[in-house]
Design a protein around this ligand. Structure first.
Ligand SMILES: Cc1cc2nc3c(=O)[nH]c(=O)nc-3n(C[C@H](O)[C@H](O)[C@H](O)COP(=O)(O)O)c2cc1C
Length: 177
């Protein structure tokens, strides 16, 4: 039982922020270190905005989604920027439309169904912005993914690790459940 509690979950994190080691990066880093999971920094990937003509098929999106589909749980980590996700996260999510539009990617899109999606986010309020949260939840639901848990930290005074240890422990418990 102890072994199971501390085992590495079949999970991956997708991270986007204007800075790698800012508030969200530190929070995600803490969680990833505990779970021993990979964090993909979307800002380091070459992923172009959605294109109706799909002239961007040779960028990093398709190899990345192939990789991500190998995991049962996907953590989306982003600060709240103007009530929404950070730009590279939004671009990545927009590209899910490729999976619905392109016949040879439909099977990939179907493989998202049943996966569990979690959110790790920071902002400057106690409560996470409703539009930010709802956009993620509605997207997960549309894609047939289960919404798991949300770990949000108020970083008005920066990321204060000790303030969030309890919430982090609960979040990690949800991922390992
Ligand atoms: C461009 C920008 C827009 C922001 N918009 C919001 C917002 O709409 N709501 C909010 O609570 N905080 C907002 N913030 C504050 C950030 O969410 C907060 O400082 C967060 O912890 C930053 O994380 P980071 O260090 O990973 O960038 C914004 C910050 C920036 C830089």
């Amino acid at each position: 039982m102890q072994l199971l509690m501390n085992s590495t979950p079949n999970a991956i994190a997708l991270f986007a922020s204007g800075r790698r080691n800012g508030n969200t990066g530190q929070l995600m880093g803490r969680i990833a270190a505990e779970l021993q999971i990979e964090v993909v920094d979307l800002t380091e990937k070459s992923i172009s905005p959605f294109d109706y003509e799909h002239k961007n098929r040779n960028d990093d999106f398709e190899p990345l989604i192939d990789h991500v589909l190998g995991f049962d749980q996907i953590i989306f980590a982003s600060p709240v920027y103007w009530y929404a996700a950070a730009g590279p996260m939004k671009i990545f999510i927009d590209r899910f439309s490729d999976l619905l539009d392109l016949p040879d990617l439909l099977e990939q899109g179907r493989r998202l169904r049943g996966k569990t999606a979690h959110i790790v986010c920071t902002s400057i309020y106690d409560e996470v912005s409703a539009p930010f949260l709802e956009a993620f939840k509605d997207t997960f639901s549309y894609l047939g993914m289960e919404f798991g848990a949300c770990m949000h930290a108020n970083c008005k005074d920066g990321y204060l690790p000790s303030k969030y240890e309890n919430d982090i422990r609960n979040f990690i418990k949800d991922i390992r459940a």
